[in-house]
Design a binder for this molecule. Sequence first.
Ligand code: NAD
Length: 255
Amino acid sequence: MAGRLQDKVAVVTGGCSGIGLATVRRFAEEGAKVVIADLNDELGAQLAEELGGTYVHCNVASKEDVDNLFKVAHDTYGRIDIAFNNAGISPPEDDSILETDLEAWDKVQLVNLTSVYLCCKAVLPYMLEQKSGSIINTASFVAVMGAATSQISYSASKGGVLSMTRELGVQFAREGVRVNALCPGPVNTPLLKELFAKDAERAARRLVHVPMGRFGEPEEMANAVLFLASDESSFMTANTFLVDGGISGAYVTPL
Ligand code: NAD
């Protein structure tokens, strides 16, 4: 039986861990040819071999690396149907605005926001030429909600990803290219574990606001990305796709 992404070519940044890794696996299961971009060369090469895809070393904050990534994908497979621009960081030095210095601010903006600009800019010419394509940019629920437990540059970067996505979705809607934002709630990945591993109280402080009473799993994000990537979401663009266990709809959570 043909998969939901049979023979489509998909580029996934940050494909070696967490949400990106689960998505790469899900895409491959559904018949896509996957191009994995990351900094983790050992794991990336292993994954590419396991899934019959391609690994490209790519720092998403570098224009040269990003341009090369999409060129390799296009040169290898002749087209690019899906770009999941997902790589992102959440370092501890990004905190309250009162503590966060310019260096920490800039680092997060580069990896989380400038990277999405670079990836969209690099992939759009290929998709416009084909007159088809689905771009999914990973924002976050913090792009639509404020937190008193702030990571100021992270939240601002994700707000930027969300507005850029909306604008691109509108601009290219009549040219066959869809652009949507995935807004995950808190998800059980190394990124989140790093933040809360040493501090159960910090985790609990957040968990109480999730109506479902648990963090999401990477596979639950991968299913949502699969939907946005596939033709099943053909009338969706410029969308804020919240997959968050109800957090953005909650006022008071169940006891
Ligand atoms: P993760 O840390 O598990 O994986 C991120 C991957 O990106 C890693 O493989 C890492 O090597 C790669 N990466 C980091 N910097 C890179 C760079 N400069 N160039 C290329 N690759 C780089 O993270 P995750 O939790 O899966 O997060 C994925 C995305 O989802 C991020 O954009 C994150 O902000 C977003 N997000 C995560 C959560 C969550 O709770 N985990 C919630 C909302 C949004």
